[in-house]
Design a protein around this ligand. Structure first.
Ligand SMILES: Nc1ncnc2c1ncn2[C@@H]1O[C@H](COP(=O)(O)OP(=O)(O)OP(=O)(O)O)[C@@H](O)[C@H]1O
Ligand SMILES: [Mg+2]
Length: 395
């Protein structure tokens, strides 16, 4: 049985396929840092399309004179059991920015050690370091829970590193993955504005925000909508699924042991729609002893859907009852307008609105042409299948 990664593997190159055009675009947006022009970037794309893998590959291959940091806000959200606060994001950001200069010399090595110490004190809740002064000329926050000072420090840090590097470093690229979780903060607007206002004053720091959220979600609007923090000034960049041709060459290159007839391959593409996440989880249950015709692909796909759809089963079980009700109502009726949806669910318009926002932020629903639709095709396939099999939607 083949073994393709279901998450983003730490050993990237043996598994990463193509995305040459996307990498060229990303490189050109970031190259301007060498001329003191910093672009801010928003990478969108459906769940499982390969955004995280693409960005990890991108930052791994960036030249040494551009530093990089990567944070995943869903991890912080997870470790805080869903109670995300601004300060925790800032701490992780600072830690990752600092790790980028771990191997530098002289003045940067000194700041690395000083910030490491600072982080340790923040974690230990040690309030007594008022005499510490400054790092790279930025005042050190004097108390642990002084969020404003901590955030000012963190926002200034990457540009200061570039400034003090004596021409060795031309830029800093910071990837913020699963950024839609920012939407769960008390004031997402204020948090996003912090980035906007600091990037306005910095010529060598590029942020790349990305996450599994629909382009019509409220959080995308808050970050880059007309009235959002970046007010349409971010470069918005969408990652698409593999084309049919890409899917075929991907399979040939990574899992040559799986054999298809032409129509079998065609059906495989229809089942997975070119999403690498689905392609990988489907391939992992396929056998090298069968030549897959159309019928065999269908049998295998539905026969083992539970195994193909593990990731989506977890997503489903993490939803609240209200969210589940909305999703199953749309699956049952097809895309619905807001007032049609309201008629079919048995809760108030306020509750409906709140939950629609959550589902859009999670990349499960989208809203376009006045219709609410399911974005996550695999989730939808699995739920439909369960209903057919069991007679009811999964609990
Ligand atoms: N270019 C690629 N080559 C090979 N495998 C890929 C590629 N892109 C993605 N994958 C595989 O597809 C799966 C999903 O990729 P990834 O986690 O990057 O998607 P995502 O868009 O970040 O999804 P999510 O929205 O759930 O975070 C992973 O298992 C990854 O290994
Ligand atoms: Mg991802």
């Amino acid at each position: 049985m083949p073994s393709l990664p279901l998450g983003v593997p730490s050993d990237i190159d043996p598994y990463f396929y193509n995305r040459k055009k996307e990498l060229i675009s990303l490189n050109s947006f970031i190259n301007t840092l060498n001329q003191n022009v910093a672009n801010q970037i928003l990478v969108t794309g459906y769940r499982g399309v390969g955004k995280s893998f693409l960005l990890k590959k991108f930052i791994k291959d960036i030249p040494d004179n551009i530093l990089t940091a990567y944070i995943d806000i869903s991890h912080i959200y997870g470790t805080q059991k869903g109670n995300l606060r601004e300060e925790q994001i800032m701490q992780v950001l600072l830690e990752e920015m600092n790790n980028a200069i771990r191997d530098e010399d002289d003045i940067l090595k000194k700041s690395y050690n000083a910030v490491k110490d600072l982080l340790w004190k923040i974690r230990k809740k040690n309030y007594d370091f008022k005499e510490a002064g400054s790092i790279l000329g930025i005042a050190i926050p004097d108390i642990n829970d002084n969020y404003q000072k901590l955030s000012k420090f963190v926002m200034e840090y990457p540009q200061k590193i570039v400034d003090k590097s004596d021409g060795q470093i031309n830029g800093f690229v910071i990837v913020i993955d699963e950024f839609q979780f920012i939407g769960t903060l008390n004031s997402p607007e204020a948090f996003l504005w912090l980035f906007r206002s600091s990037t306005q004053e910095q010529d060598n720091v590029s942020y790349i925000f990305t996450g599994s959220t629909s382009t019509t979600s409220e959080i995308v609007d808050k970050i880059n909508g007309i009235n959002g923090a970046f007010g349409n000034r971010m470069i918005q960049f969408n990652v698409d699924p593999f084309t049919k041709k890409d899917t075929k060459s991907y399979l040939k290159e990574k899992v040559p042991e799986i054999q298809f007839t032409d129509s079998g391959l065609e059906r495989f593409y229809n089942c997975t729609r070119g999403y690498p996440a689905y392609i990988n989880s489907f391939c992992n249950i396929m056998s090298a002893d069968i030549i897959y015709s159309e019928k065999e692909v269908i049998d295998e796909f539905y026969g083992k859907l539970e195994q193909v759809a593990v990731k989506w089963i977890t997503t489903w079980s993490s939803l609240s009852n209200h969210e589940k009700c909305i999703v199953s109502t749309i699956i049952e009726n097809g895309p619905l307008k807001w007032n049609e949806l309201l008629k079919k669910v048995d809760f108030s318009d306020g509750t409906l609105n709140k939950n629609l926002i959550k589902l859009k932020n999670k990349g499960i629903l989208s809203h376009s042409d006045k219709l609410y639709k399911i974005d996550d095709h695999m989730l939808s396939a699995w739920i439909k299948y369960k209903k057919e099999q069991d007679g009811f939607y999964p609990p």
